[in-house]
Design a protein around this ligand. Structure first.
Ligand SMILES: [Zn+2]
Length: 478
């Protein structure tokens, strides 16, 4: 891509110097053909790296020429591709994928050329996910281990991979939740040991400096196509797991596993309620309006016990963790976080819990403190056994799962086929059904840098605490 990087500085300079008269000569403004008639010095091609997913995918490259002073020079690009087996390219720069592989795309204007990298990734088609087997996406960044229980675990912030093809993220939190992936896998094993069946597990193996899988795609992947693909895989596989649990059981639990660096050593159980809401008395929480704001909305609507008990009574997750000797908030001993920093649940909890009407999987974010819980293999093992008993106890109490015999919609679990999920499930593509962000390929004009949004999910106090914890070398955040 030598010579192909966007020269934003030059572009701004040109814009500043242009007079009204000159503007009328801009391509597309006055119908004239050139801003500058000087010789072309550089050609920019956008995007510099393109990833197409599947053989029916296609997208456009664009090329622009500038003179030595950074002024645009009109001209039509000639396009070529060095590996016609991978994709074809039109006269307008539109590439159509034909097979998996990589290629170099070249644009030439007035004898000056620029190149961009193209990759066509073709996901394996999977018709039958096998519980216990690991499935990986592109370059093994994301892993899905299908399960049989109505329980889904995910690890967003514990990956170790730092591939050079993905630049470090430039805003948002980039520090990992230390050992949270190992903790997730320990919890998986503990659930197998306890129940004889496995939960579904989705892991991001990318370090958080490369992908934050617990954010929307813009902040998560920061415009890098390879990080975006990993994000799509991670979230599509949670959707696959969720659809499987919903189809098999009609309801279930999603648990997003994290580590926090706050001062108080206790689990932070996130149901999307704010600290202010949790600091209120029980009777203020016992309303359908409050239930509807949470990621356990489905459970809250169908449970016969007051919602405050479901959140922090003796049979709540916090109550059951207390029985296991693990402090947490909210819980009977700590109904609300008070003034202390507290993570209430992030993107994944909101997306994959039952925050929206008609969703049947309840979602909870568990933020783990470090010492005694996730610091050593022995402590992870011991904690995971406790957490497995808590999850089992919670589901027995509130879902009726794990009763003996274990019946699902009238069918004994032991009689259920191992897997009855989508018959035409495929590895994640880049085209999920619905997504807030347009999945159109980026165009040159659309690649404006995205700024971080104010993020209501993590309070300012929490963020400062994260920074403090990071400074102290304590492990993990959000
Ligand atoms: Zn985290």
């Amino acid at each position: 891509m030598a010579g192909s990087r966007p020269r934003r500085g030059a572009g701004f300079a040109a814009g500043t110097l242009l007079t009204a008269g000159a503007l009328s000569a801009m391509p597309g403004c006055g119908g004239e053909t050139a801003v500058s008639t000087a010789e072309i010095a550089t050609v920019d091609i956008e995007p510099g790296e393109m990833l197409l997913v599947g053989v029916d995918d296609g997208a456009s490259f664009t090329a622009t020429a500038r003179d030595a002073d950074g002024f645009f020079v009109a001209g039509t690009a000639r396009w070529s591709i060095d590996n016609a087996a991978v994709a074809t390219i039109s006269e307008a720069g539109f590439v159509s994928a034909t097979a998996a592989g990589t290629a170099t795309v070249t644009a030439t204007i007035g004898g000056v050329s620029a190149t961009a990298q193209l990759e066509v990734f073709v996901p394996a088609r999977i018709n039958d996910y096998r519980p216990g087997q690991s499935y990986y996406g592109r370059r093994d960044y994301v892993e899905y281990i299908p399960g049989e229980l109505p329980v889904i675990l995910s690890s967003s912030h514990g990956g170790a991979m730092t591939p050079r093809e993905i630049p470090d993220r430039t805003y948002g939190v980039v520090r990992n939740d230390t050992n949270s992936l190992e903790l997730t896998m320990a919890m998986r094993q503990a659930l197998i040991d306890l129940t004889g069946r496995a939960p579904h597990v989705i892991n991001s193996h990318l370090h958080r400096s490369k992908l934050d899988a617990n954010r929307e795609i813009v902040e998560a992947a920061q415009d890098n196509p390879y990080a975006e693909q990993a994000w799509e895989e991670f979230h599509d596989w949670i959707k696959v797991a969720r659809a499987t649990v919903a189809a098999d059981y009609g309801k279930g639990m999603y648990v997003d596993i994290h580590g926090h660096g706050h001062d108080i050593d206790r689990l932070e159980l996130g149901y999307l309620l704010t600290p202010e809401e949790l600091n209120r008395p029980d009777n203020a929480l016992n309303s359908l309006a409050v239930v509807a704001e949470t990621s356990i909305r489905d459970l809250g609507r169908t449970s016969p016990i007051p919602f405050s008990h479901l959140l922090r009574g003796s049979t709540s997750l916090g109550g059951l963790f207390a029985e296991e000797g693990v402090p947490s908030v909210p819980s009977p001993a700590a109904p609300g976080p008070g003034d202390a920093p507290y993570f209430r649940g992030g993107y994944n909890t909101r997306e994959y819990g039952s925050f929206r009407d008609a969703e049947v999987i309840s979602g909870i974010q568990i933020e783990h403190h470090y010492g005694g819980v996730r610091d050593t293999p022995d402590n992870r093992h011991a904690y995971a056994a406790r957490a497995a008993r808590v999850i089992r106890g919670f589901m027995l109490e509130h879902y009726g799962f794990f009763e003996q015999p274990f019946a699902v919609r009238g069918v004994l679990l032991s009689n259920l086929p191992k897997y009855r999920g989508p018959t035409d499930a495929i590895l994640p593509s880049r085209r999920p059904e619905t997504r807030g962000r347009s999945r159109q390929r980026p165009r040159a004009g659309a690649r404006t840098p995205q700024r971080p949004r104010a993020d209501g999910r993590h309070s300012g106090a929490g963020h400062r605490s994260e920074l403090r914890a990071a400074a102290l070398g304590r492990a993990g955040n959000g």
